[in-house]
Structure formats: C-alpha cells, structure tokens
Design a protein around this ligand. Structure first.
Ligand code: UDP
Length: 253
C-alpha cells in the first residue's frame, strides 16, 4: 500500500492527508518541546493521552454547540479532523496570572484575574510567537475585526466549558491556548476550534494542593509528565485508574 501523504509535521503532531477531501488525519506524537523547542524529550504515552483528551474536550464542545474540527477518533494516536485554514494566531485565555503574563507584569503566579483575559500571539516559531495587539492582526490581514469578535466569543465559550469541566474534578483552569481555523461552505466562511485541547496547551492546577497537572511539569522538571496527564484523564473518566500496566495509559472503549 502506498504510504499516505504527510501534509505537515509540527512539534507534537503530524497531519496526513485524510480519506476524503476536506479531511486530515491528526497523529499525536510522544514528543514534548518547551521554550520554543530549546528543551525536547520523548515522553512515552503522551500522544495517546492527548489524542483521547482532545477528543473528549472537542466532543464536549460540539455537544454545547461550539464548532470544532474534530470528526472522530481513528485509533490510539490518530483522529480524523476537518481540514481548515489555520489563522496564524495563538488565542490565549487566562483566568489566573501565570507564565509569560506573570513575568511580564510582575504578578504572583496564581493571582486570580478580575475577569478572563484574552490575548493573541502571532504564530511564528522563529520570532518566538510574539504577543500582538488586535491592531496588528487587522492591519496585517490575519483576521478581520468581525473574525476577532467571533474568536473572542468562541474562546470565552471554550473557557466556560473547560473551566466547569475541570472544576468538577477538582482542577483549576489557570490558562490555555487554542487555535482557530476557517472552513468554507461555498462563499460562506465559518470559524471553528482547531488544533488540539490537551494538557500540553493548558495550565491545570489541583484545587486542593496546587499540584501542576500540565506541561509545566515538563517545562519546570516537576516530575513525570505522563503521570500528570494520566491523572487528568482518570479524573475526567477518560481512562481507567492505573490497572497494573505500570502507569501506562490503557484504552477503554
Ligand atoms: N501555550 C501553548 N503554546 C504556546 C504558548 C502558550 O500551548 O506556544 C499555552 C501554555 O501552555 C499556557 C498558555 O498558553 O497554558 C499561556 O502561556 P504563556 O503565554 O504563559 O506562555 P509560557 O509561559 O507557556 O511560555
């Protein structure tokens, strides 16, 4: 059988041509990178967990009417998605100060923000994804004012959904990043949630202990990343508790 066509390879995922026009297969790798890929590692089981967790969040969002690129999971590491035109922005939603915001403003990590704050970074690895004001986004034509209004509305709905979901299992959603894609239906354009939603792109802290259950575990050398992601999946009922497989994720179907 001919090898399938690779469309794009990123730091944590690969996109292959899908079985039908307008679709792609998204493959989740075990690779982890941080600090603009200066720090790298292969973390066994991460891809499997993120595939399942992204499926779980995207399916939940679809159930409350938030459009996403997710179609269905294919296997442990792959999901079928809608091909979109990615808007070159990282849409970041923050509920508590952390990471680059805490650093930029000299805020204590964990300080509750007066309201959810949305910011945009220009997706460009060479430049280190710089923060950009809306003025730049519109002037350079990456998105229109209308698109931005729609993106903010989508991001806030994702925040409400994700915060509630996490709160229910004793986890605080500190911040997260989403990416938005355009799909075309004839002359009509729609914006949908794309890429992935997983502990790679969120900050998740245990409400009781403050323990970090996200990629900061890797960024800041705080322990075993797979254990942290497995804990998130277990609490959400996405995967069973450790069942003697040495902590490796096991699929339930
Ligand atoms: N984030 C991400 N990809 C990026 C940059 C940020 O997924 O390229 C996520 C990150 O995991 C965190 C949120 O966006 O949940 C805010 O990140 P921040 O701007 O604080 O940057 P960081 O401190 O992670 O460099």
């Amino acid at each position: 059988m001919a090898r399938r066509k690779k469309i794009y390879e990123g730091k944590a995922k690969i996109l292959y041509e899908g079985p039908e026009p307008g679709t792609l297969v998204q493959y989740f790798k075990d690779d982890a990178t941080a600090f603009n890929a200066e720090k790298r590692a292969t973390i066994e089981g991460k891809g499997v967990l993120n595939n399942r967790l992204s499926e779980f969040f995207m399916t939940g969002l679809a159930n409350i009417g938030v459009p996403t690129h997710f179609i269905r999971r294919i296997n442990m590491r792959e999901q079928l998605i809608r091909a979109v035109e990615i808007i070159p922005l990282e849409v970041i939603v923050r509920n508590y100060a952390a990471g680059s915001m805490a650093k930029r403003l000299g805020l204590e990590e964990g300080m509750q923000l007066p309201r959810p704050i949305i910011e945009f970074s220009y997706k460009n690895d060479e430049l280190g994804d710089p923060l950009v004001p809306e003025e730049y986004i519109i002037a350079f034509g990456w998105a229109s004012q209308q698109d931005l209004d729609d993106i903010v509305a989508l991001a806030l709905r994702v925040n409400d959904f994700m915060s509630g979901m996490m709160m229910g299992v004793g986890i605080k959603l500190v911040d997260f990043k989403i990416e938005i894609g355009r799909i075309w239906d004839g002359d009509f354009m729609r914006l949908i949630v794309a890429d992935e939603i997983s502990p790679d792109s969120c900050r998740l802290w245990d409400i009781e202990t403050g323990q970090k259950l996200d990629k900061d575990v890797f960024r800041r050398d705080l322990g075993n990343l797979t254990d942290a992601y497995t804990e998130v999946a277990r609490r959400l009922g996405v995967m069973p508790t450790n069942n003697g497989t040495g902590g490796k994720p096991t699929l339930v179907n």
